[in-house]
Write a protein that binds this ligand. Structure first.
Ligand code: 3H9
Length: 713
């Protein structure tokens, strides 16, 4: 017997058939088929209720197995339904029906069971996972908490520690870990067959566990205080992890039904928060940036079976590791054997450190190293499908390199540059194939940072753009496509607020105040600690080179140069703007730097004044808004969401604020423009020249998002 929900549910018969069931002798096999990830949308919930009705009605079956079609069990609630009125039945009602069924229901967790998907398994009477399954509560990443009993059932089933870990970090765990934690009772390659057998066993025994009826576990004294302190320390102002903790803790002393009510209230607090709106924007934005409007629909990414990276420095080595990590053979080219040995040695050291920390096995270290081939012979590049140049940031050097690549690489090979500032079109102009040239700007450390800024030149072919985007995906990156300008999207905006942070120093602030404001906002570090981490000498050298041509009209702050001349180059020399106590990355104010800041203001005859934290935050974020708007009006970024995702994944911008453009919309563009215009009138500085787009949007009463949607329509 095979049936589908649409044929039989009276409440609202959906058009599609996302839940089907069939008998396997005396067990009903219920399958959720709602591609791509089996989210628990309304039709699925209706279908599940109908399936349980069928289980109850069919006297020939003794129990049921619940599984997912495709690669997912269930990825959770349907996030597109968030914020809309809930169409009955809700997920709690579905889980309640399963848990209260008169016959046992066993979950065969065939793939990822996330959020509501994991909660659905907790309503079942036993869980058996495929070895590749992953389970977790990622709700915190959307600004909410598990809202269908997860914070109440998980502690009862597997204990408070794992419930708190899953629901406050949002990180999924493997089937093996789920087994050892007691979340699933077995792991089996054929989890469906094992679940069928288990359902029969439970039916024969005539008893099974309803997790909601288990007693609350005991918790060691002081556990929640310690957990709260740890969450506050790592979540940088994000509230959802604390909300999850509150739900777990609150439920322990309540009857189960009361615990569910508490969880629901806290879930709604999360869902109606601004943070949740920002996080949901970031979730969909991460996926939207992969979609490139306007490309030839027939264009397909080119095959990349073998890649090469030129330069085995920190950047080149990191990029090469990204390829090895993705299982793609990669050739690393250097000028000398020594440089090659040093570079590959660093890659090995990096992998071995990961192995020491238990993040990979020794065998995996060797597997990855085997994918990295070093050479000093450029001719070997004739065989590769994609080359990424990561040599010294100098136009002459890059042009020379691209001339050589043009003569060596096979037709159709993608020629990419990792430049962070230089004009891709000028680089492409030295080749006979500018259509094959593209920017692939990795962020340091390249093997860690998620962002990949792909840069489209004037002549870059559509299939080359798609190759850069697809390669980014294979490397596990979030790729954003941008256009050519100085600094592209990320560093162009960064330059504006770093420069202004220095001006604020001269006008009355100290590095520690500005950095504190920025970290309290949710950034991982302030502008000065970030400069110290990157090293102050590179910027210094560039500024020295630019000195002769610098416009006298641009305000130039010399504090950074003086810090370097004191021998303070940043963390690598033990200090820069700040001191760093050995073994710690925590910045500590330095008395000499404080004196230097005061002396520089005095030397320029500036009367220092106090700045409120709000003034500092407004200055830095208004500059981001204004520069972001200029980037949009020039077409360098296609959509505001491209800027948001660039900042979240490349610069650690707090995802709960949705990104700089999303936040600007939420805070109100009119107020921001008013401050920008006032700053421009006061300073005349080009950074504050109001963006024409920003002025237009304020005049029309529109947001960036509305403008973007209207253009896409
Ligand atoms: C929850 O469960 C709340 C409950 O506790 C309580 C409720 C009362 N809904 O990421 P991909 C789309 S909260 C709707 O590229 P992958 C996604 O937008 C939920 N859509 O695939 C994309 O669409 P498009 C807790 C969803 O293989 C497409 O599916 N769960 C959902 O790289 C493919 O996605 C989560 O937070 C969804 N839940 O990764 C899990 N999930 O093609 C969120 C995905 O149009 N999901 N889509 O761009 C994920 O983490 C990943 O999608 C997953 C697959 C790991 C599952």
């Amino acid at each position: 017997m095979t049936q589908n929900v649409s044929a039989q549910d009276a409440r609202t018969a959906p058009d599609s058939n996302p839940v089907s069931w069939q008998t396997q002798d005396d067990v009903l096999l219920i399958t959720i088929n709602n591609p791509p990830v089996n989210a628990l949308g309304h039709a699925v919930r209706v279908g599940l209720i109908a399936a349980i009705d069928a289980l109850e009605a069919d006297g020939s079956v003794v129990g049921a197995v619940l599984t997912g079609g495709g690669r997912a069990f269930v990825a959770g609630a349907d996030i597109t339904e968030f914020g809309k009125p809930i169409a009955e039945p809700g997920l709690n009602e579905v889980i309640d029906r399963i848990e209260g069924a008169s016959k046992p229901v066993v979950a065969a967790v065939n793939g990822f069971a996330l959020g509501g998907g994991l909660e659905l398994t907790l309503g079942c009477h036993a869980r058996i996972a495929h070895p590749k399954a992953r389970v977790g509560f990622p709700e915190v990443h959307l600004g909410v908490i598990p809202g269908a009993g997860g914070t109440q059932r998980m502690p009862r089933l597997a204990g408070v520690e794992i419930a708190v870990e899953l629901s406050t970090t949002g990180k999924p765990v493997s089937a093996a870990r789920a087994l050892s934690a007691g979340i699933v009772e077995a792991v089996d390659e054929d989890c469906v067959a094992a679940a069928v057998a288990r359902a029969r066993e439970l039916a024969a025994a005539g008893e099974w566990t309803r997790v909601g009826e288990l007693p609350s576990p005991n918790v060691p004294e002081g556990y929640f205080e310690a957990a709260e302190a740890a969450i506050v320390a790592r979540s940088r102002g994000q509230i959802s992890p604390l909300l999850s903790l509150e739900a777990v803790q609150g439920g322990l002393t309540l009857p189960f039904a009361e615990g569910l009510k508490l969880e629901r209230d806290i879930f709604m607090r999360g869902l109606t928060s601004d943070q949740s709106k920002g996080l949901i924007h970031a979730f969909f934005g991460e996926r939207e940036v992969a979609k490139i409007p306007g490309l030839d629909p027939a264009a397909k990414p080119r095959d990349v079976a073998r890649a090469a990276v030129i330069g085995a420095g920190t950047m080149g080595g990191g990029i090469a590791m990204c390829f090895a990590n993705a299982g793609i053979p990669v050739t690393v080219v250097e000028q000398t054997e020594e440089a090659l040995e040093r570079g590959l040695g660093l890659c090995r050291k990096n992998y071995e450190n990961s192995a020491k920390k238990g993040r990979m096995t020794e065998a995996q270290v060797e597997e990855r190293m085997a994918l990295l081939t070093g050479t000093t012979d450029m001719q070997t590049l004739a065989e590769v499908d994609l080359v990424i140049e990561a040599v010294f940031e100098n136009m002459g050097v890059k042009k020379d390199m691209f001339t050589r690549l043009d003569s060596i690489c096979k037709p159709g090979c993608v020629l990419a540059t990792n430049t962070s500032t230089l004009d891709i079109d000028e680089i492409a102009s030295v080749t006979e194939r500018p259509q094959d040239v593209v920017g692939m700007h990795f962020f340091s450390p390249a093997n860690v940072m998620r962002l990949l800024e792909n840069v489209r030149g004037a002549e870059t072919a559509d299939d080359v753009i798609l190759t850069a985007m697809a390669t980014g995906k294979r490397l596990g990156k979030v790729s954003v496509l941008v256009g050519v300008c100085d600094g592209f999207v990320g560093n162009r905006i960064l330059h504006q607020y770093l420069r202004w942070a220095s001006i604020l120093l001269e006008d009355g602030c100290m590095p520690e105040q500005i950095d504190r404001v920025w970290t309290e906002f949710g950034m991982p570090m302030g502008p000065f600690a970030m400069s110290d981490l990157a090293g102050l000498d590179v910027g210094y050298r560039i500024r020295q080179e630019q000195a002769a041509t610098r416009s006298g009209n641009e305000r130039y702050v010399e504090i950074g140069d003086r810090v370097v001349e004191m021998g303070r180059l940043g963390q690598k020399t033990g200090g820069g703007y700040f001191d760093y106590i050995e073994g710690s990355r925590k910045p500590v104010p330095n008395a000499e730097v404080t004196a230097l800041v005061l002396a520089e203001s005095a030397r320029k005859g500036i009367e220092r004044r106090d700045f409120s934290d709000e003034e500092i935050l407004n200055a830095l974020t208004d500059l981001m808004t204004n520069e972001g708007a200029k980037i949009l009006e020039e077409g360098i970024a296609m959509r505001p969401v491209d800027i948001d995702i660039t900042y979240i994944f490349g610069y650690g911008y707090p995802a709960f604020r949705g990104g700089p453009m999303f936040r600007a919309d939420a805070e109100g563009l009119a107020a921001s423009l008013e401050r920008i215009e006032a700053a421009y009138a006061r300073t005349g500085d080009h950074a504050w020249k109001p963006s024409a787009l920003l002025k237009q949007l304020v005049a029309e009463g529109q947001t960036f998002e509305q403008w973007s949607k209207a253009r896409a329509a």
